[in-house]
Design a protein around this ligand. Structure first.
Ligand SMILES: Cc1cc2nc3c(=O)[nH]c(=O)nc-3n(C[C@H](O)[C@H](O)[C@H](O)COP(=O)(O)O)c2cc1C
Length: 234
């Protein structure tokens, strides 16, 4: 075994975490291209490579943020508007069960606790939710799509590619936050970014240099020990 290689890979995997505050520092186009090129080595069923990635920066980024933040703010004012902003696929279950709901709650309250947001503080929660649609100030937004004609397996394929993007970014000193939050606004995203009709948004992602001084980035999530989810079958 090449211990140095194992250490380097483990270090990249374990140091990645979702970053929700970024510096106003641009990402070099060559680095971005390298990340996407490396990430494309992800496996996919019969090598279909069903992914597409839309890179959003500068004016387009500003336009998208403005449009989606406006829609979200209108929705806060008038919750019935939510029916116009449904996801194309249900990422989460309708009926939650334990232990997943418990982990979800622990995650949510952990983050809110750090940000000093208490139960019932709807405005503060709404403000934090809105941060998603500002890309947490990251200079780069990535939007991942697959062709609608492809099966559910294509979501597995693109998920592996997305993880590669996050790891390749981390190895280059960049951080990320995958964002399903954008899926509610897929109509606005697809119109603004000019997706062809046959493409489905899988998720967005913030990418940039982490702000080391923002408390939100100290949020590190726990994991269940491997012994708890592993079954060695005799
Ligand atoms: C597909 C996917 C979608 C996610 N969507 C969001 C999101 O919309 N907003 C957000 O703040 N975090 C989002 N996350 C980040 C998760 O909350 C985070 O991965 C989880 O809490 C584990 O923490 P870690 O990434 O820091 O290890 C998403 C993660 C995944 C994998």
């Amino acid at each position: 075994m090449d211990q140095l290689l194992a250490n380097a890979v483990d270090q990249v995997i374990t140091s990645r975490h979702s970053v929700r505050a970024y510096l106003d520092k641009p990402v070099c186009p060559e680095i971005l291209k390298d990340i996407l090129t490396v990430a494309s080595r992800a496996p996919s069923g019969t090598n279909t490579q069903p992914w597409k990635v839309y890179v959003v920066q500068g004016k387009k980024r500003a336009e998208l943020i403005r449009q989606v933040c406006d829609a979200q703010l209108q929705m806060f004012e008038k919750p019935s508007l939510a029916e116009h902003h449904q996801e194309t696929f249900a990422y989460y279950p309708e009926q939650w069960i334990s232990p997943f709901i418990d982990r979800r709650r622990e995650n949510g309250w952990g983050l809110y606790g750090l940000l000093n947001i208490q139960k019932g503080e709807k405005e503060k929660m709404a403000r934090q939710q809105l941060r998603n649609y500002e890309l947490f100030d990251a200079p780069v937004g990535l939007f991942f799509t697959v062709n609608k004609a492809m099966g559910i397996g294509s979501k597995m394929d693109i998920a592996m590619m997305i993880q590669n993007v996050m790891l390749a970014a981390k190895a280059r000193g960049l951080d990320t936050c995958p964002q399903a939050a954008w899926n509610h606004f897929h109509k606005i995203v697809s119109n603004t970014l000019h997706f062809p009709e046959d493409e489905e948004l899988i998720c967005g992602m913030a990418l940039g240099y982490a702000d080391p001084n923002d408390i939100v980035n100290t949020f590190i999530t726990p994991r269940v020990p491997a012994e708890e989810f592993t079954v060695y079958v005799d």
